[in-house]
Design a protein around this ligand. Structure first.
Ligand code: BGC
Length: 581
């Protein structure tokens, strides 16, 4: 049973085709990770410089958010050129060097692919604007004539995810007001026409390009986008809302641009390409879909794995965690994938903040890209999990961190892949004090007074307690870092017993030693606020969601998210106990 340790170390581990099933994947938002050239923006060389840190952390893979050339209208998810590195971040040679360094350290590389839309600076979009209506160049995107006498009204009244209309009108090459193009996200992100074989071919080329460069896997952005039914007459907002808010959400795949069945034809093609490689390239879908439809994205004939954001949307609550875990393990088994677990990423308010706010309370404002995509109302079920706008005085910093640590230690014991977001290993919470003038996220600008945007979780990391930008680089930081960052710096936590960084390091090391089959068994605790499960090999995890300390099972406590209280497990704490199986 304990055979995994042997095959998870050394060269063997790098050729294991199942490496992804229980990997700890660390998401790097490259512009905010580490700035090697001192221009205020994190870069590829910055990742290379921190490979020793990543190795020491004990992760299996990094996932890099987009590092492609981009005007940063949406943090890099507006891609100008899919087969290049943004010159502000480095070169392809820098990428190769980084890949080699990561691989030498036994760390795999997952890159973000953004297939639903390009940026408006992509050469194809520029060509489309310069070409006449009906031309092949326009057919790569979604252009339509406007309604109204002179085409002055958008083709439909749909809203984009970031706010404002989903259509923008162009000026034709002859200077007259022209057609409209569709963009589900920002206007700088025109949607591709996936019925056009040229688009399909080009993405195959891109996947091959990065696979050939040694990339091990892909995170597919808005994987439930791409396929669209734009047959006339286009439905109007009220028709979409009826579908979005029906009891079953979009469970029938009938929405004109989300989660349509045809999208899986694309992934079947991609899977063939992935399987040409040895080991096969992996992929994980970012698909905010009805839970009954997630398995299709995760199937072995498709992308292979899909994010579930259920824990991320849950309160810190025993019953809710248990149900989510149980349901997702069943769903993963049925689809042939392994489950995914995530609390934080570049789109949501950090979990150390979420758990420090009153349950079900504060306003949901961090980012609602995800929610709008699922068609849910803001703050699903009124819970408000995206709460960057929550008044600072409502935040209990200490409670938030204690719960975040407990939740993470629980997550790291679950079968399946753990997706971690840079900075959570430092216990960072959301930065709420960014002046409006320095914000960057389009959701902030397109929803004035409503959305605060996602910048608060994208602030450059503090590496040292002092110095320019807390050691992020020799220059400044592209988003302002608050003074309190100094207390969370890597240098302040390294080697410090009980620090969040050391907790993550210990847990990740133990995880790779203890991990075996993807089995989990619940142990009855007789206390509704306490969750207890075991994994093969005698690895027990207990989390106390309640307020009174509880007894731990017999065995060795190998790590706990906080100090024990006379041998008991206090409130908001998780412990791993190992005992003879
Ligand atoms: C990404 C976001 C991005 C959006 C549009 C999302 O799902 O995670 O950061 O804004 O896709 O590309």
């Amino acid at each position: 049973m304990f055979s995994t340790k042997a095959h998870r170390t050394g060269a063997d581990r790098m050729s294991d085709p199942n490496w992804w099933r229980q990997a700890a994947v660390y998401q790097i938002y490259p512009r905010s990770f580490y700035d090697a050239n001192g221009d205020g923006l994190g870069d590829i060389k910055g990742v290379t410089a921190k490979v020793p840190y990543l190795k020491e952390l004990g992760i299996d893979a990094v996932w890099l958010s987009p590092f492609y050339p981009s005007a940063l209208a949406d943090g890099g998810y507006d891609v100008d050129d899919y087969r290049n590195v943004d010159p502000k971040l480095g070169t392809l040679e820098d990428f190769d060097e980084m890949a080699a360094a990561l691989h030498a350290a036994g760390i795999r590389i997952v890159v973000d692919i953004v297939p639903n839309h390009s940026s408006d600076r992509h050469e194809w979009f520029k060509e489309a604007l310069a070409s006449p209506k009906g031309s092949a160049a326009r057919e790569r995107y979604i252009f339509r004539d406007g309604r109204g006498e002179n085409g002055e009204l958008p083709p439909s009244d749909w809203d984009s995810v970031f706010g404002g209309p989903i259509w923008d009108r162009i000026t034709e090459p002859d200077g007259t007001p022209g057609q409209w193009y569709m963009h589900i996200f920002a206007k700088e992100q025109p949607d591709f026409n996936w019925e056009n074989p040229e688009i399909r071919e080009d993405f195959l080329k891109t996947l091959r390009f990065w696979s050939d460069r040694g990339v091990d896997g892909f995170r597919i952005d808005v994987a439930h986008g791409m396929a669209k039914d734009l047959s006339e007459p286009l439905p109007m907002k009220a028709d979409l809302e009826a579908k979005a808010h029906g009891t079953d959400g979009f469970a029938d795949g009938s929405h004109p641009f989300w989660d349509r069945d045809e999208v899986h034809e694309v992934y079947a093609e991609w899977r063939k390409l992935f399987n040409e490689y040895n080991p096969p390239r992996t992929a994980v879908a970012e698909a905010w879909v009805h839970e009954t439809r997630r398995a299709r994205y995760a199937s072995p004939e498709g992308l292979g794995q899909a994010f579930n954001f259920d824990l991320l949307q849950s309160d810190f609550d025993a019953a809710s965690f248990k149900k989510i875990i149980a349901d997702n393990l069943v769903a993963a088994k049925e689809s042939g994938a392994s489950s995914t677990w995530v609390f934080s990423n570049h789109d949501v308010v950090r979990h150390a903040t979420r758990y420090g706010l009153p349950k079900g309370g504060s306003v949901a404002q961090g980012t609602n890209a995800a929610q709008d995509v699922t068609g849910g109302t803001k703050g699903q079920d009124g819970k408000g999990w995206l709460l960057a706008g929550a008044p600072a005085e409502e935040l209990d910093v200490e409670l938030g961190l204690r719960r975040a640590r407990a939740a993470t230690l629980l997550l790291l014991a679950l079968p399946g892949s753990a997706y971690l977001y840079q900075g959570e290993e430092l216990g960072l919470r959301e930065v709420s004090e960014i002046p409006d003038a320095e914000r960057q996220d389009p959701s902030f600008f397109r929803n004035p007074g409503v959305e605060i945007g996602r910048d608060g979780c994208r602030v450059p990391l503090p590496w040292t307690a002092d110095g320019s930008s807390f050691g992020f680089g020799a220059g400044g930081a592209h988003l302002p870092q608050p003074e309190w960052f100094k207390d969370y710096a890597v240098s302040k936590q390294e080697g410090v017993e009980g620090s969040t960084l050391e907790l993550y390091r210990t847990a990740l090391r133990l995880r790779s030693e203890l991990q075996t089959d993807e089995e989990l068994e619940w142990v009855e605790t007789g206390n509704q606020d306490v969750l207890h499960f075991s994994r093969p090999g005698g690895w027990h995890t207990v989390t106390n969601f309640g307020s009174d300390p509880v007894e731990l099972p017999d065995g060795d406590v190998v790590v706990s998210s906080g100090p024990l209280d006379n041998g008991k497990l206090p409130a908001d704490t998780t412990a791993w106990v190992v005992r003879d199986a």
